[in-house]
Design a binder for this molecule. Structure first.
Ligand SMILES: Nc1ncnc2c1ncn2[C@@H]1O[C@H](COP(=O)(O)OP(=O)(O)OP(=O)(O)O)[C@@H](O)[C@H]1O
Length: 990
């Protein structure tokens, strides 16, 4: 929005004729004046209209609730409260237990409080925790809920625990709902029991002796119910219990126990069943019988049957494209007890964040006032108009203009105080005393002898300090393309997953521009002078201050050859005495020549400030990566899904690892674990190990491997081959579904138009990250090159994306075939021009200044970006935040690779019989009897886990009992009957 306004207004003709603001001697630190009211701004845009005195805003008395309850955000107060609750839970525990022994005796003490002095009553009380303990126990147990009052203790405890330790995964709302229900329900039930014991034929004293069990409230409720519905009370209580279980545990289907013979079980189609056995695949993931249930926290995940049950509803003849209807499809999309405080609050926060963004933009309108404060006598109205002029550069007084686009902060620069365009002339900076004539563009191009300086700035985006920091920045409504709001929802497996918040990231405040006017002027003069030495005169010069470099855009005199300026690159660099001068001649899309000069003090771009921007927070991209800020201070966000792969190079210590962390963090902030998986290859062993914590949420690995992050070069080959297999499988599924890409396919699956029984499943994006390619190429060469090239060539459509980084961008690492398949390349600073050419097909990367300064080449465009900075503790916190939440039982399992380098056990003849699985023969019989070479068949019949069944199938393959893996189809059974099988088994060494 801001951008559009900026573009529109930049061409506003009234701007050029506007009187140049003169500087008023005001202190730099003067506070910005408030934004001009809307009417005033309009007035300023129409100079002929008589100026109206600004109307005084009507002041309404307002309650500042934020300030009133601000203490709640004070962490010290929170800790105070949290520890209070923790200790209170301990106190209650002892008081309640004591009541079981001393309650009867204490009853008279507590009831006699009216006429007994407190001290005396305290001395008489037998409760281990004194009179207060006795009183509380009496109130909550005897008069309240009976023994069910013990359920209050976990509520108080978890409240304190959550406040003190801020642990994700323990939802107080769940504990609250569960405990309150137990308390109410149990106390009424016990009340009814006590009431029954008081029946005429019961022991007359028993009910009275036990009445503390139900407490006063439970008993009264039972009496009331009994009078209304008699023993129907029991039915009502049973109904309430069932209703609670159904809603609380989100039960969506009830299965009657089977009494039929085992053989009557409807079998899943083998391939589909094999797929469904993969635990991490949300769409087709029944839990294996011999695998541990996942850590469920306080709820039972109920979405598992969603796929398996309906799959059985399909018949072979059913056309697959028919809409898939499921009788017991759950209509509840989130657990009913997912409390608003936890599931809605983040969304609300995002709305607040968006509101804050608007506020920030609105705040931006106030900034031009600071121009006035910094030196120009500009009325509030005209300042607003100057903002409306966007990046337009005011005319220079004495010929060619020199404008500077400066970043946010007024202090160091004094003349570029705002985040909005504030055109000033050179003399504003240099010569305070010389009155400047009003000039226009025509004059600027004619008078070229003394280029004048103009400072403008791009409109800022969302100011992170303006309150978006609490916002959950993941899309609230999700990308509708990725996640249509229909039927099956893959995220339901982890429906309570909470996206990371900005709070996890360091807040470095609003960035300050580090470039002083002296520095700008000196650089400008030197550029003009150096070019002058070579007979190059310039028509105008303009500077844009970026976080790392300042771009001086020059328009040379008519007839000057561009190549001449480019050849002077080194001379200009020498005369500016700075490393890293990059000349862009011409700047694509503009008729100007750019000279990038590093700032003496560079500005750190914090990841938080980048994530907090509208552009990233509300992006609709599938795999958005917020890299940092461009030279014009715009946030640079790209879609990895469109890239579709990324090659990254940079000499050691120039910011590659930070860059990789920025990429991973961007994706983690925006995607749900069901939508995205990473395969991490880290030959350096330490760089990516921090991401181990999110294994069960976001990582993918080969079956039978302990560590999800691959550090062993040999395993990389297997993983790459496995990814190729996954790619082939995905293509088969896409072909089968008649879809051209993953997005279409997933949409169709979500709409239930694809049959899970046929192997269809929701497919997450897979992002393969290789931290050091050079290492792999040295040890495995072609073995890694071929699958990488294959994946890079083909994997785009099926949602597998590669990010490959290397320190050494030499041609034997980045070979022609790899390079050809990575159209998008990033280079941090490299050591030589040759390296720069290898990675970018152009020079320039050797001229970067390091510390995250990078060039991104997408086709012909090369953009300079200052990579955002994310520190290791920040990544740590992010991974902790995700890792502590409920995850899948295991990492996402990639297809097992069988073959020479795979997990196969070699030829059966040569195989040591002791290595053969104990159930080998039994498994062979099952397979031959059913004539079905399927892992899931073994799982079901022999009650095995997926991994063991998979190993058995491999051994059966080696023994020649089943054929090789055939993608989504079941393996062929090579032995026709049991007799032939027995003969074969007899030939195997025992
Ligand atoms: N975007 C950035 N902004 C500011 N400083 C940065 C940035 N990126 C990197 N740095 C600085 O540079 C240092 C080295 O960065 P990093 O570890 O990412 O280098 P590297 O290229 O991965 O090195 P190596 O290849 O040896 O692992 C960081 O510790 C940090 O101080």
């Amino acid at each position: 929005m801001a951008k559009n306004t900026y573009k529109q207004d930049a061409t506003h003709p009234s701007r050029a004729n506007e009187p140049r603001p003169t500087r008023a001697p005001q202190p730099r630190s003067a506070a910005p004046e408030p934004a001009a009211p809307r009417e005033n701004r309009r007035a300023s845009a129409e100079p002929k209209a008589a100026p109206k005195p600004p109307r005084k805003p009507l002041k309404l008395p307002s309650l500042n609730l934020g300030a009133m309850f601000g203490f709640l955000r004070d962490r010290r107060f929170q800790l105070f409260l949290g520890f209070f609750f923790l200790l209170a839970s301990l106190y209650l525990t002892f008081a309640f237990f004591s009541f079981l022994f001393t309650g009867h005796a204490d009853q008279s003490v507590v009831e006699g409080l009216d006429h007994t002095p407190v001290k005396e009553a305290g001395q008489q009380s037998g409760n281990w925790l004194g009179l207060v303990g006795a009183f509380l126990a009496q109130l909550l147990i005897y008069k309240g809920f009976g023994v069910a009052a013990f359920a209050l203790i976990p509520i108080v405890f978890f409240l304190g625990y959550k406040i003190v330790f801020r642990r994700a995964g323990v939802s107080v709302s769940y504990v609250l709902a569960l405990c309150l229900f137990i308390m109410g329900w149990l106390s009424v039930l016990l009340g009814y029991v006590v009431l029954t014991m008081q029946a005429p034929d019961a022991d007359p004293t028993l009910g009275y002796r036990l009445d503390f069990l139900s407490g006063g409230i439970g008993y009264e409720a039972a009496v009331w119910l009994d009078s209304l519905i008699g023993w129907g009370t029991v039915l009502l209580l049973a109904f309430l219990l069932i209703s609670f279980v159904v809603f609380f545990f989100n039960v969506t289907s009830v299965t009657l126990p089977r009494f039929g013979a085992e053989g009557e079980e409807p079998d899943l189609e083998p391939a589909a069943a094999e797929q469904s056995a993969r635990p991490a695949m949300a769409a087709t993931a029944p839990f294996e019988e011999d695998e541990p249930e996942p850590d469920m926290g306080f709820v039972v995940r109920d979405t598992r049957p969603v796929v398996v049950a309906p799959a059985a509803a399909f018949t072979e003849d059913e056309p697959e494209d028919e809409p898939y209807t499921m009788p017991d499809a759950p209509t509840v999309t989130t657990g009913p007890v997912a409390s608003p405080a936890f599931s809605v609050a983040p969304a609300t926060a995002a709305v607040v964040g968006a509101g804050a963004a608007t506020l920030a933009t609105a705040a931006g309108t106030a900034v031009p006032m600071s121009v006035a404060a910094a030196g120009a006598t500009v009325s509030a109205a005209s300042a607003a108009a100057s903002m409306a002029a966007g990046g337009a550069t005011a005319a220079a007084p004495k010929g060619p203009s020199f404008s500077i686009e400066a970043p946010a902060d007024p202090e160091p620069l004094a003349v570029a105080p705002s985040r909005v365009p504030t055109p000033l002339s050179l003399s504003d900076l240099v010569d305070d005393d010389t009155p400047l004539p009003i000039t226009n563009n025509e004059q600027r191009t004619t008078n070229i002898e003394a280029p004048a300086l103009q400072i403008t700035e791009k409109p800022g985006e969302l100011d992170p300090a303006a309150g978006a920091d609490m916002a959950r920045i993941a899309d609230d409504d999700e990308d509708m393309d990725t996640m249509p709001a229909v039927n099956y929802d893959p995220t339901l497996d982890l429906s309570r997953y909470q996206y990371p918040t900005l709070e996890l990231l360091n807040d470095y405040g609003v960035a300050k521009a580090q470039v002083t006017k002296e520095e700008l002027e000196a650089n400008k003069d030197r550029i003009v002078e150096t070019l002058g030495h070579y007979g190059i005169n310039i028509a105008s010069i303009k500077a844009t201050i970026g976080p790392t470099v300042t771009l001086y855009e020059i328009v040379p005199d008519a007839g000057v050859r561009i190549s001449k300026i480019k050849s002077l690159e080194d001379d200009i660099a020498l005369s500016l005495a700075a490393l890293g001068i990059r000349i862009i001649a011409p700047i694509p899309g503009k008729g100007t020549i750019g000279i990038e000069v590093p700032n003496t003090k560079k500005e750190m771009v914090s990841i938080r400030s980048v994530f907090a921007t509208e552009k990233f927070a509300h992006t609709e991209m599938d795999l958005p990566i917020a890299f940092g800020r461009t030279i014009t201070n715009e946030v640079f966000v790209v879609d990895l899904a469109k890239m579709p792969h990324l090659l990254m190079a940079g000499a050691t210590g120039q910011g590659k690892s930070v860059g990789l962390n920025v990429i991973l963090a961007s994706l983690l902030y925006k995607r749900h674990p069901a939508q995205l998986k990473f395969v991490l290859v880290d030959p350096k062993k330490v760089e990516l190990s921090i991401f181990n914590k999110i294994e069960r949420h976001f990582l993918a690995k080969l079956p039978d491997t302990d560590e999800a992050i691959i550090t062993d070069t040999k395993k990389v080959v297997n993983t790459l081959n496995s990814l190729c297999m996954e790619m082939d499988r995905r293509y088969d599924l896409l072909k089968d579904a008649g879809c051209r890409n993953l997005k279409e396919y997933n949409r169709k699956f979500i709409e239930r138009r694809l049959n899970p029984k046929k192997g269809h499943r929701f497919m997450p994006f897979i992002v393969l990250v290789i931290d050091e390619l050079a290492d792999l190429m040295m040890t495995a060469g072609k073995e890694v090159e071929t699958p990488i090239a294959r994946l890079a060539q083909l994997a785009r459509a099926i949602g597998i994306h590669l990010i490959v980084a290397t320190q050494r961008p030499s041609v034997n690492v980045i070979t022609g075939i790899i390079k050809a398949n990575f159209p998008c390349r990033i280079s941090f600073k490299v050591t030589s021009k040759i390296d720069s050419r290898t990675i970018l097909d152009a020079g320039g990367a050797d001229q970067l200044v390091g510390q995250g300064d990078m060039l991104i080449s997408q086709g012909s465009d090369i953009i300079r970006v200052q990579c955002a900075f994310i520190d290791t503790p920040e990544v740590d916190r992010l991974c902790d935040y995700i890792g502590e939440q409920q995850g899948y039982p295991d990492a996402y399992l990639l297809p097992e690779v069988v073959g020479e380098s795979g997990g196969g056990s070699g030829d059966m003849e040569d195989m040591d019989p002791s290595q053969r699985d104990a159930m080998f023969e039994e498994a062979a019989r099952v397979i031959v009897t059913h004539q079905q070479g399927s892992t899931s068949l073994l799982q079901r019949r022999l009650k095995l886990g997926y991994n063991r069944a998979g190993r058995l199938i491999d051994q059966l393959e080696h023994a020649g009992i089943v054929g090789p893996f055939e993608g989504s189809k079941a393996r062929e059974v090579l032995i026709p009957d049991e007799y032939s099988l027995e003969q074969l088994l007899n030939t195997l060494p025992k």
